[in-house]
Design a protein around this ligand. Sequence first.
Ligand SMILES: Cc1cc2nc3c(=O)[nH]c(=O)nc-3n(C[C@H](O)[C@H](O)[C@H](O)COP(=O)(O)OP(=O)(O)OC[C@H]3O[C@@H](n4cnc5c(N)ncnc54)[C@H](O)[C@@H]3O)c2cc1C
Length: 714
Amino acid sequence: MKPETKHEVCYVLATAFERKGGWSLDTQFAEIVGAPYLLAHGLGIPVADAETAVTLPAAGAWRVWVYTRNWVPDAAQAPGRFQILVNGRPLEKLFGDTPDRWGWIDGGTVDVADARVRVALRDLTGFDGRCAALAFSACGDARPPDALDEMGGECPLEPQGADRHGDQPPRNFDLVVVGGGIAGTCAALAAARQGLSVALLHDRPVLGGNASQEVRVWCGGEARHPLVREVRNRFMNREPGAALSDRERMRLVRDEPTLTLLAGWRACGAIMAADGSRIEAVEARQVETGMQERFAAPLFVDATGDGWLGYWSGADYRMGREAADEFGESMAPAVADEMTLGSTLMWTSMEANDDMPFEPLEWAEPAAQGIAATQGEWNWEYGLDRDMISEAEEIRDHLLRVIYGSFSLAKRDRANARRALDFVPFNLGKRESRRLMGDVILTENDVRERREFPDAVATGTWSIDLHDKSGEADFLTVCRQPLFGRYWIPFRALYSRNIENLMMAGRCFSATHVGLGSARVMNTTGQMGVAVGCAAAVCKDRGILPQQLARDAAAVSALQGLIGGGFPGHADPARAGWLVIDESDSAHVTVSGEWHKGLHENGGHYGEGFLYCANGGPESWIEYALPIEEPGVYRLRMLWNHYWDGRASAVPVRVTHAAGDVYVTVDMRLGSGLWHVLGDFKFTPGKPATVRIGTAGVDGIVVADAVAVEKCVS
Ligand SMILES: Cc1cc2nc3c(=O)[nH]c(=O)nc-3n(C[C@H](O)[C@H](O)[C@H](O)COP(=O)(O)OP(=O)(O)OC[C@H]3O[C@@H](n4cnc5c(N)ncnc54)[C@H](O)[C@@H]3O)c2cc1C
């Protein structure tokens, strides 16, 4: 490795080490720290050394500097201690115990006989020591600047260093999407499937954001579009199976010929047109090497969650809670403030075959505030009243300390002797930070009243899910979750009102704090992604910008058609010619026995809910009478959901048609929210034409939702 040199100081990024050993690449706080860094996240077991070769300008005496911090400054002994080895010999000084904020620590001098040296980071604790860079200064006065991001154009860490590009031209695309969570992945795929050339810039090695194996949040809300169903997670919170969904997402993206995935690239700035009205290119850095490139396009999507691209480009944004009277929101506070939803690290431990020693952690236990635990769910949430951008690292670190502390308390109990920490993420699961402002700001009342926007392009079904501190400990919350059924998200909430070629998808879309409380769930953000990806295609086709699209009824209709229709005032072309009979249609549906009304905030049902029968028998059935007006062969389809476990695996469905009865058995544990074909049947007007869902002899809950009839042959 050839280090960067400036004023007789040679810089080496820790992330550029040739071998990372067991050190993790932490990219999420690059804007706060000045660069991504290496983290010794060993859950208490020291991780393997990171190593690299460095060629200094000359042999001789060099002073070594280390950019680091002590993440638990009030501990008697810092938990994140590590050593630096030069040519296999540790420096005398230990690192990780100072300073309290990121800064350079003087590691003393080394005398090297050869300009080429081997440098290693050696973790001593397994408890999150961290290092962003090393610097070698010629012995004398030379000292690196105080902050890593003040190191100037020659350092690979400086965001605005336009000089660094030299004559290298930007790479050109039809669309650049920044952030590969569920929203960004859907946006990139939707646009690429419309034939656009797309760059997807994503700072992590796997796609999915909070849904990925790195955070493991379950995808909620209605997965209305088939593309969202391809991309979303199939696993519940904290399940390791999230890794399988990551692999599937990577395959989907890599299989798309016009989509360029730039995994391991973190956007770090925007190059604007001279008048500041539009983005010309995004600047991004390779997270390990610091290499920087520009990515140009006529249109951009901010799917970073934190609204970074909007922030750099000067887009209007908000952070915090609106006052109740600003938008007439009953769930908003009386006075506006800076509170947001908090962030979480969901974690687990597991039972080993034998005792697992774990030394009590005196530095961590007080943070647990007396709560001993062996796992933590969504409600281990912290930072509601802290700044979710500038204090994000401290929020994450507090949660780590709380987790280690509560596990340490739990390990004092003999019953947990065989327990070991299993999954503790280091990537912070965020729920809310910047919200970029569009021409419409989705509010509580849009959700509550289910306002039918003419430019609706996505749906939400989740409750307005707001959280408050529980009062029990500073890291625990409780939630309020009023549910209002399916509502609509307009395209006007998915582009910036003042940066003309910027769209957004995900939790940084245009909503109030309360409106976001519902639409932030990931099947909904995936729908936003599909919408902006398709919008990019409509814009390209018509040579217009997002705001012009929103103001042109024909263009909006084209967009809704591309997405799949089914929006207020716009029929779903995929279902053109289908006659759908919902369970609520009393003119055509007969109910026998005890059935209950169900409504899932997760969607997956047709119309306003469905019926279910938990204790079936021969007398409990539902029959759909099919209004056949012309003789012919008809394809019958049925829809059900399995939001919770316990659906019946073999449900008897009887189809009565012109030639008699046919019995079909369906497995309601599979294919939630999908139209399942029952078969093709010949019907004649005036002759029996019914579908009856039975419950006799079933092994679980039976759902009756909708039946669809499509004529296929005259
Ligand atoms: C504990 C917890 C429980 C939750 N429960 C649920 C639930 O049950 N169901 C549900 O659906 N939702 C749930 N949510 C909410 C949901 O996870 C978030 O609202 C959602 O992740 C937002 O999606 P996003 O795509 O906007 O952001 P993210 O998922 O955060 O994805 C954004 C991605 O962009 C990348 N990125 C950021 N900046 C840059 C940059 N500069 N350059 C390149 N890449 C960048 C990030 O690494 C990240 O992977 C929960 C959240 C938490 C924390």
